[in-house]
Design a protein around this ligand. Sequence first.
Ligand code: TRP
Length: 332
Amino acid sequence: MRKRILTGDRPSGKLHLGHYLGSLKNRVRLQDEYEQYLLIADVQALTDNYENPQKVADSVRDLVLDYVAVGIDPEKSTIVLQSKVGAIAELTVFYLNMVSLNRVLRNPTVKSEIEQKGFGDSIPAGFAMYPVSQAADITAFGAHLVPVGEDQLPMIEQTREIVRKFNNLYGETLIEPEALLGEQPRLVGTDGKSKMSKSLDNAIYLSDSKEEVLRKVMSMYTDPTRLKPTDRGHVEGNPVFIYHDAFNENKEEVEELKSRYRMGQVGDVEVKQKLAVAINSVLEPMRLRRSEIEKDQSRVDEILRNGVRRGNEVANETLERVKKAMKIDYKF
Ligand code: TRP
């Protein structure tokens, strides 16, 4: 049997190049090696967007389009809409007995999110508990591996603790998952500041047009110490060259640009124009696949329907085993 792999995304906006580099690209590869599940985590997205449900609802279809655009094949990967899998919610309730309040609030990712969001004394309980529901996501599908970035490691650790406690108390029932840490560091934003993100308005989206890509690239932050093209430039840590390394397939061109940049023999305009061409050639096949499926919303419905059906089969089977282990598989 092929090993199971699960990843999830919160539907709360369009996906960008950072998502592509950090995980989507990997998923396209992994779908051939593993039995892959992709969870559209709308219930989790509501934990911090409950006041804005329309955004979450609208993003569900966008996410399916992004998946198909990057090359996720819904026949190979199962795309599951979380809210349609009731077993996840039930498992969450049972797992809440396996963790202490203190432990959840000590989860480093949750802790820093709570600070960022400025909840103060009124932390929504649903938000604080989302790692437990994420443990339910992972175990519901019996995932062996969870490909994640650095910030999600505490979620996997917490899941492993819940699984161990459950299995100790009720007998071997759940699979203890492992994190598969991606090797890509987070992609910087076009502004050169921290990571690419929608809220920082420094993202290039997978759904951006050719013109938008060119416009965004031309206004990218580069080496601030370089005032004219004849000044010697810095390549290391320069977002334009970070992107060249990440997206330009023509490595010779990249090396040549770098050496001219270092010697003060190339202008930003040329470096950026070539970058826009490189990014657009990564995005072009995605645009083609997107425009195909965008025309056919009934195909999107079908993908969601099939994913929900297959997802429920697996998750319900886990739920039954869990209930049996917890002695609540009453028969009457
Ligand atoms: N917490 C993840 C994020 O914010 C999304 C997610 C939900 C997830 N359920 C998951 C990731 C299960 C991996 C496995 O990106």
